[in-house]
Design a protein around this ligand. Structure first.
Ligand code: GLA
Length: 386
């Protein structure tokens, strides 16, 4: 019997198992759950071989699954849907798009990576907010990856599993993302924030007990649609590659600290990546010294750099960050890819209500969507639930 390490994941797994029974008329062989994440600091550094610092959120995608003769996917989103994908060998399998592409993509990527899988029936249930920049797609991919690997007897170590899930997203779904989200979902540990070097996926878990320090991390989902997110993301990656080429380094991780380029835009992209990597290292240092509240200014500096140098913030994110800081937050920043999605704010617990109210009021005053604010806790990474 596996020990349930997150009661909420167990509840979601029950719902996924019930959806499996209702759709396929049998008991699933198992249920696997994988969480969404926030990134504390280290943004747009992953695809530059740099440093990131995510922690898992207690929102999970649960995959109930059994081996089968044909691929059949069901999801409880919206109306729920059953998709039959007869042929996963081609990245353009007919009828496999939307959420189902993440499932098919993982099966495809496992096959391509030397871990052959035969068909399965999979029912998905997830409460990771969709479109909020909290990695709902990585959660899906990672839950399904663990399910298929277990069903077909493959022992894949977690860093390699993260690369395979990333490959599904990059090559099958077609989103040119880095390895942050899948690593966070598969490798984060309850009560910790994970410091990771994206070059070799070397990791350190740093205890992250905010409550013990009288602190709270608010997540502010701006409820704003990601605008131009895909094209802009790809263009930032291209800028970084061009900057690295001009500097003659393999990636911006290797750029000298005070490197400079004549092109103003590329120079600002470069300055963001180099300074953000340093801020991650500084954050680790501050956490090791047990001075959690002191990470506040690093978070805020990260936001300013993402807003001005990297140009990936949005009116909604800036409003959330500014209102948080004005209401007394110790630090605040956008988290994830940007152009909408979520921000985080580190606050003294006694001030959490005031900051939440200020964020909502600021959005209303600017005619922006009403943000949803909740308290983050560092949850468990992906695991088999039953
Ligand atoms: C998105 C991508 C990640 C990472 C972040 C920015 O979440 O999926 O790979 O690049 O943006 O840090």
């Amino acid at each position: 019997m596996l020990k349930p390490i997150d009661a909420h994941a167990v509840e979601l797994a029950e719902t996924a198992a019930a959806a499996f029974r209702a759709t396929f008329g049998s008991e699933p062989e198992g249920v696997w759950a994988a969480p969404g994440r926030v990134n504390l600091i280290g943004e747009h550094t992953d695809y530059n071989d740099g440093f990131v610092m995510p922690f898992a959120l207690p929102f999970y995608a649960a995959a109930a699954a059994s081996k089968a003769d044909t691929w059949e996917f069901h999801s409880t989103y919206g109306e729920g849907a059953t998709v039959r994908a007869e042929d996963l060998g081609s990245a353009a399998a007919d009828g496999v798009d939307g959420w189902a592409a993440y499932l098919a993509g993982v099966a495809w990527a496992l096959n391509e990576s030397g871990y052959p899988v035969a068909p399965a029936r999979i029912a998905i249930h997830s409460d990771v907010p969709h479109g909020a920049g909290l990695s709902s797609s990585a959660a899906l991919e990672c839950a399904v990856l663990l399910a298929l690997a277990d069903l077909y007897g493959h022992e894949i170590d977690r860093p390699e599993a993260a690369r395979i899930a990333q490959r599904a997203e990059n090559e099958y779904v077609g989103a040119p993302t880095g390895v942050l989200d899948q690593s966070a979902s598969l490798l984060c540990m309850e009560g910790n924030v994970m410091f990771m070097d994206c070059r070799d996926l070397a990791r350190e878990q740093e205890p992250f007990d905010l409550a013990a320090e009288g602190l709270t991390m608010l997540v502010i989902d701006t409820n704003a649609p990601h605008r131009h997110a895909d094209g802009e993301y790809a263009s930032r990656r291209a800028d970084c590659e061009e900057a690295a080429r001009l500097l003659g380094v393999p990636s911006l991780r290797d750029a000298p600290r005070h490197a400079y380029l004549d092109d103003d835009r590329l120079s600002r992209r470069l300055r963001h990546v180099v300074s953000e990597n340093q801020r991650v290292l500084d954050t680790v240092q501050v956490l090791k010294e047990g001075l959690v509240a002191r990470i506040g200014p690093l978070l805020t500096a990260s936001h300013v750099s993402l807003r001005d140098d990297y140009e990936v913030s949005s009116v909604e994110l800036d409003s959330a960050v500014e209102a948080s800081l004005k209401a007394g937050a110790l630090g605040a920043r956008m988290t994830g890819g940007g152009f909408g999605g979520s921000a985080i704010a580190l606050v003294e617990t006694a001030a959490a209500g005031k900051v939440e109210a200020a964020v909502i009021e600021a959005a209303a005053a600017k005619g922006l969507p009403t943000p949803r604010v909740f308290t983050a806790r560092a949850a468990a990474g992906a695991h088999r639930v039953r």
